[in-house]
Design a protein around this ligand. Structure first.
Ligand SMILES: NC(=O)c1ccc[n+]([C@@H]2O[C@H](COP(=O)([O-])OP(=O)(O)OC[C@H]3O[C@@H](n4cnc5c(N)ncnc54)[C@H](OP(=O)(O)O)[C@@H]3O)[C@@H](O)[C@H]2O)c1
Length: 267
């Protein structure tokens, strides 16, 4: 069947909007549609993304891939209102809802539906995202490949067994918040030592970007890369000791575990 839209987004806020932008880069704005809670919001989102504003009903009728980008706690209500259109839709559904399992999605969308569960992150807005992907067995290999091609501009996509998605997303999905806190705190430290704020922020962010690239490109253990920066009796090891003293690693581990537990509570 020929679809008017390759990708339709029901919910195009921070996350849905970022993925809609990635889809526009691949298939163009005429093949991507978005719906928000009101026609006015849909028009505003579509204008900023460079795609088409639609109703959720039209998206369900006319899209090859229908992305669910509403908040998890709103999903049941939104799906109930659209029940007839969901039942009639033969789209591949793509859910970005944190903590909502494929089984739960099938309960709400229909047991026979093709569903891909994803866990994206906000850096996809600049093509540097990480998207975890798990599909139910009704999705064919061709459909999964077409989905990945559609999302290629969002960044890296990685298949992951569904039972690991919540744990992994406590790093990939929630992690940007921790990274920004780290950048802000480092910049505060530099400001305290006299560096102007804007420069301090840029240096901290570029340092994090470069350190992550070095780690990924060399495949070295992070401990080895850390050791390479620490000369005996030097400044860096003094900073490392200060971080250890304040439980830095324990805090990071606890943050991931707390996010995982909370996802489980919400799902
Ligand atoms: N933010 C992240 O880092 C992140 C990461 C991974 C996964 N996620 C998941 O992504 C989803 C969206 O999160 P978000 O941060 O993007 O939230 P958000 O910015 O609040 O966006 C929610 C979107 O849903 C729309 N919406 C609300 N009611 C609707 C309705 N009845 N019909 C159609 N659209 C409706 C909103 O439209 P209005 O503007 O009109 O209200 C808005 O476009 C969540 O399920 C979340 O778990 C988020």
């Amino acid at each position: 069947m020929a679809y008017q839209y390759e990708a339709g987004f029901i919910g195009a806020g921070n996350m849905g909007g970022a993925l809609a932008r990635a889809a526009v880069k691949t298939v163009g704005g005429a093949a991507v549609a978005v719906a928000c809670s009101t026609a006015e919001h849909s028009a505003k989102a579509a204008a900023s993304i460079g795609c088409t504003a639609e109703t959720a009903e039209a998206i369900l009728r006319e899209s090859r891939f229908v992305f669910w980008g509403v908040k998890p706690q709103m999903f049941a209500g939104v799906a109930a209102k659209l029940a007839e259109d969901i039942a009639a839709s033969d789209a591949v559904f793509v859910s970005m809802l944190a903590g909502v399992s494929l089984d739960r999605l099938a309960e709400m969308l229909g047991g026979e539906k093709k569903i891909i569960r994803i866990m994206p992150n906000t850096p996809s807005a600049v093509g540097q995202g990480l998207m975890l992907v798990s599909a139910n067995d009704r999705v064919t290999a061709e459909e999964l490949a077409a989905f990945k091609a559609l999302m290629a501009e969002s960044g890296l996509l990685d298949d992951l067994p569904e039972h690991l998605i919540d744990a992994a997303s406590a790093v990939s999905g929630c992690g940007p918040a921790y990274a920004y806190m780290f950048v802000e705190a480092l910049a505060d430290g530099a400001v305290k030592c006299g560096v102007p704020r804007a420069k301090a922020m840029r240096y901290a962010a570029q340092m994090l970007l470069g350190s992550a690239s070095l780690l990924l490109e060399t495949g070295e253990h992070p401990g080895a890369l850390k050791d390479a920066v620490c000369s005996p009796g030097g400044s860096t090891i003094a900073g490392v000791a200060a971080l250890e003293d304040r439980g830095f690693r324990g805090a990071a581990i606890a943050a991931v575990e707390a996010a995982y537990r909370r996802t489980k509570e919400l799902g």
